[in-house]
Design a protein. Structure first.
Length: 86
């Protein structure tokens, strides 16, 4: 789990751009991300807690460190969040 802070996302964004993981929505706030290893899927949840934007991924990345799977899900989540706001 990590809190979305732009300064801490740079490495994960770079890794995600190289691998182009596939993201699909299960429901608003919950996504399946296909990782770099063929066929391996991770569940990513995006939500707010205590006024902060939080991303939780089922991968083994340590808490507090942004993973490429979570970062890959953020744009899709942001798109749907903007659609819901209108």
């Amino acid at each position: 789990m990590f809190i979305i802070e732009e300064t801490k996302l740079e490495q994960a964004i770079a890794r995600a751009k190289k691998l182009h993981p596939k993201v699909r929505m299960i429901r608003f706030g919950e996504y399946i991300v296909t990782g770099s290893k063929a066929g391996i899927e991770y569940t990513v949840k995006c939500f707010r807690a205590a006024g902060q934007k939080v991303v939780h991924c089922s991968c083994k990345t340590k808490d507090g460190i942004a993973c490429k799977h979570g970062v890959a899900a953020i744009p899709l989540h942001s798109f749907y969040a903007a659609q819901r706001a209108h």
